[in-house]
Structure formats: structure tokens, C-alpha cells
Design a protein around this ligand. Structure first.
Ligand code: AMP
Ligand code: MG
Length: 268
């Protein structure tokens, strides 16, 4: 089992998990980082092409994290060079009135991957036990039942042929402060600064508690959570890329057999 995979049935204490850990790629120079990431990008590119060509497997990647922890940056770096034809990103924002008029999985289901597709969820149905729980957007009797719904929903997706990987990008509060300050002063990043993020920051401890519940209750063999040390962006990118490459490799995919008689065709 991967060292960052959350073991089923264990207690998770995020304050005891080091967001600066670099034990899987120790002492990497900047130059070697770029080389290593490029190699993984190339491998992922080939694997994704095979996934698409074979059209058999479906892959869902869930990204969850606090503001500034690097969901967008992960998508940009890890999927650099991958053919956009076979990859989709679905971002889940504050629900619309129409979405709120339905059950919370209603807006999610249409975006799950089909045969040969790889879909990245930038936030996900987990918001419905995270922000919703922290802000009491629905009563506890309601959100507390959702872990089981989510497990059942994901199990159904897996039974129907989906591979699910879930990544929690783990940064600490100091790192978030530095990144928010960077957003404030850097003109090209100011658009990302949302005043509401400061309110969320005040609820850091509540969020950690809500995340711990998610990681404890919804990491399953069929749909594991990984806690990715994410204070260092390069490390986060390498670890996630490697997990994706290893997982896709383990699917033992093959290009489909050519149509019968193809060997006799002459293109004039
Ligand atoms: P961002 O990903 O930075 O564009 O922000 C999206 C915002 O939408 C975040 O503050 C999320 O917490 C919020 N959001 C996403 N899903 C939900 C949900 N189900 N209920 C309430 N807020 C949500
Ligand atoms: Mg934001």
C-alpha cells in the first residue's frame, strides 16, 4: 500500500502529518525535479492515450483541499502535455438554486467519466460534508448520513468499471498565510484572492476536523484517499503524478486489436 494512502478504519490526525515531508523524493535538486516531472508527464500522456484508445476503463481523480493548497496548480502541472481530448475537469462551486433543489449528488453524476475518459474533480461531492458541515448549511442529522451515501455512490461507480483516486492536498496554516499574502501583492494572482477565503481561514480547525472525518469514513479499498504533503509544490506534483502513472499502469491496458483484414488494405 502507498505510504500516503489512508488505511481503512484508522483515525486521522492531520496535525500529526507533516505537510513538508519529502521522504519519497529526498534531496532532489530543482533541475532533477523538472526532469522527473517531465518523465512522469510523458508516461501519463502515453497511458492516457492508451486509456482513450482502449475505451474500456473510466478514471476519476478527486482533488480536495483548503484554499490556496494547489488544486489548480496540480491540474496544470500533473496533466501538462496530456491530450485535452480525453481529459475533462469538472469544478464544483457554490450550488445554483436549481442544484440546491435536488439531492447533492445530482449535479455530480453527469460529470463522472465514461469509457476511456479521465475526469478530474476540482472540489467534489465532498464539499457537501465539508463546507456544508462547517457552515451548518444543512442540519447534522442530514450531513452525517452523507458519508454512507458517498461510499455507496462511489462503490457503484467502481462496480460499473471506474477507477477512483482521491487526493487531499495537505498544507499547514502558515503556508496558507504565505500563499494568501502572495495573492494579495502579486497583480497576476490578485484575481484569485477572494475576501471570503479569510473567513474560511478563521475556521481552519473546523475544516481540519471535517476533513479528518472524510478521510476516516470514506477511504475505501475501491476508492482510497491519499494525504499528499503539499507545502512544497514540486513534491505534491511528483507524488500525485507517480500515483497516477502507477495506477494506470496497473490496469494493464492494451491497444485494441486492429479490424480484421487491415493487413491487406492498400492506401492508394
Ligand atoms: P473556488 O474553488 O475557489 O472557485 O471556490 C468555490 C467555492 O464554492 C468554495 O468556497 C467552496 O467551498 C464552494 N462550494 C463548493 N461546493 C459547495 C457546496 N456543495 N455547498 C456550498 N459551497 C460549495
Ligand atoms: Mg478560491
Amino acid at each position: 500500500m502507498h505510504p500516503y494512502q489512508v488505511k481503512i478504519g484508522t483515525q486521522v490526525k492531520l496535525s500529526e502529518i507533516d505537510p513538508n515531508d519529502q521522504s519519497l523524493f529526498p534531496k532532489l535538486t530543482k533541475k532533477n525535479y523538472f526532469k522527473a516531472l517531465e518523465k512522469l508527464n510523458t508516461q501519463l500522456e502515453s497511458l492516457q492515450e492508451l486509456l482513450f484508445a482502449q475505451g474500456k476503463h473510466r478514471v476519476l481523480v478527486v482533488l480536495q483541499a483548503m484554499d490556496t493548497a494547489g488544486k489548480d496548480g496540480t491540474i496544470r502541472s500533473v496533466f501538462d502535455g496530456v491530450n485535452p481530448l480525453g481529459v475533462k475537469v469538472a469544478s464544483f462551486k457554490k450550488p445554483t438554486p436549481d442544484e440546491l433543489a435536488h439531492d447533492y449528488l445530482w449535479r455530480v453524476h453527469p460529470y463522472v467519466p465514461g469509457n476511456g475518459e479521465l475526469v478530474i474533480f476540482n472540489r467534489s461531492h465532498y464539499e457537501d460534508v465539508l463546507v456544508v458541515r462547517v457552515h451548518n448549511l444543512v442540519p447534522p442529522e442530514k450531513w452525517s448520513k452523507r458519508y454512507e451515501h458517498i461510499n455507496a455512490f462511489e462503490e457503484m461507480l467502481v462496480d460499473e468499471g471506474t477507477t477512483i483516486l482521491k487526493f487531499f492536498l495537505h498544507i499547514d496554516k502558515d503556508e496558507q498565510k504565505a500563499r494568501l499574502e502572495e495573492r494579495l501583492k502579486e497583480p497576476s494572482k490578485q484575481w484569485k484572492f477572494a475576501v471570503g477565503d479569510l473567513d474560511e481561514r478563521k475556521r481552519w480547525d473546523d475544516y481540519m476536523q471535517a476533513y479528518e472525518a472524510v478521510l476516516e469514513k470514506t477511504s475505501k479499498k475501491h476508492a482510497p484517499w491519499f494525504i499528499i504533503p503539499a507545502n512544497r509544490k514540486w513534491y505534491r506534483n511528483l507524488v500525485i503524478s507517480q500515483i497516477l502513472v502507477d495506477t494506470l499502469t496497473s490496469l494493464n491496458m492494451e491497444y485494441p486489436a486492429p479490424a480484421p483484414g487491415l493487413e491487406n488494405i492498400v492506401v492508394e
